[in-house]
Write a protein that binds this ligand. Structure first.
Ligand SMILES: [Zn+2]
Length: 273
């Protein structure tokens, strides 16, 4: 997960919001999920702003069969551990700042209606703007908190002897945000681990080998060239940027890089389009 920059709200959303919210308010009860509609008009805007990637797992996804994701769930919300109230945030269903684009695995299978908030924080009531007294524990990729500072990827053997080494998502420096986000988005699902391993084997490893070879045998200019090539993997439009950042850092000794070209791997940040 890396930072996402949505850009400005598309003009098409405002009229939809006005019409839909008027209809929902006329119900005089919390709406069902099926009664909340129309927000998908901005699916393409979000998809393009996110470089065609899921906002949580960074898979490349097609637009047609994927989902506009509500950071604060629209019809019901599981706020545990901090709160047991479960009403949804229907009034934020058409709020640009609450919308993201996610793959079905993250949105429907993993996150679904989960929205953990911290103990002692107060859930929003109907029509109240976010964040109010809420302290969400789910990282918001479109906020100012860089998810990379809260989630790291570590090569580990988990399970009985003989289990393969795999890249696991872990809370960086024990981050509670990292811990909850990994759990809510199921970032250690078997398929997620396999996709990360495949990305390392087919893309990252080539750069790691080339840069290590240059560090062992070549002059600074060659090292710089291989460093720049590897650095391109951290552009926000690429697959699994957050994972690649940790894979590069753990595969290339930072001290050698520093000694050869006085460089280090920069923390990925979305720079917008
Ligand atoms: Zn995903």
């Amino acid at each position: 997960m890396i930072l996402v920059v949505r850009g400005t709200e598309p003009p098409s959303l405002g009229p939809i919001r006005a019409t839909q919210l008027a209809g929902l308010r006329s119900l005089r009860r919390p709406p069902q999920s099926s009664e909340i509609d129309g927000y998908k008009i901005v699916a393409e805007n979000l998809w393009r702003a996110q470089h065609y990637k899921c906002c949580y797992c960074e898979q490349k996804i097609r637009k047609g069969f994927n989902d506009v994701e509500h950071y604060r769930p629209k019809a019901s919300a599981d706020r545990r551990p901090g709160c047991t109230q479960n009403h949804g945030y229907w009034w934020l269903s058409f709020t640009w700042d609450n919308l993201l684009f996610a793959c079905p695995a993250c949105n429907r299978s993993a996150k679904n209606n989960r929205f953990p908030i911290d103990h002692g924080s107060v859930s929003l009531i109907a029509e109240e703007p976010a964040p109010g007294g809420e302290r969400p524990l789910l990282l918001n990729p479109a906020s100012t908190i860089n998810p990379v500072e809260h989630i790291e990827f570590v090569l580990e053997t988990v399970g009985p002897a003989g289990s393969p080494q795999e890249w696991w998502a872990r809370p960086r420096n024990g981050s509670l945000f990292g811990h909850m986000t990994i759990d809510v988005c199921d970032l250690n699902h078997t398929e997620q681990r396999e996709l990360r391993s495949d990305h390392f084997d087919n893309i990252v490893r080539l750069h790691v080998n080339a840069l290590n070879d240059a560090l062992a045998t070549a002059q600074g200019r060659e090292v710089q060239r291989e460093f720049d090539r590897a650095l391109a993997l951290l552009k926000p439009e690429n697959l699994y940027v957050a994972f690649t950042y940790d894979a590069l850092r753990s595969s290339i000794p930072g001290s050698k890089l520093q000694a050869a070209i006085q460089k280090r791997w920069p923390t990925p940040r979305q720079v917008g389009r």
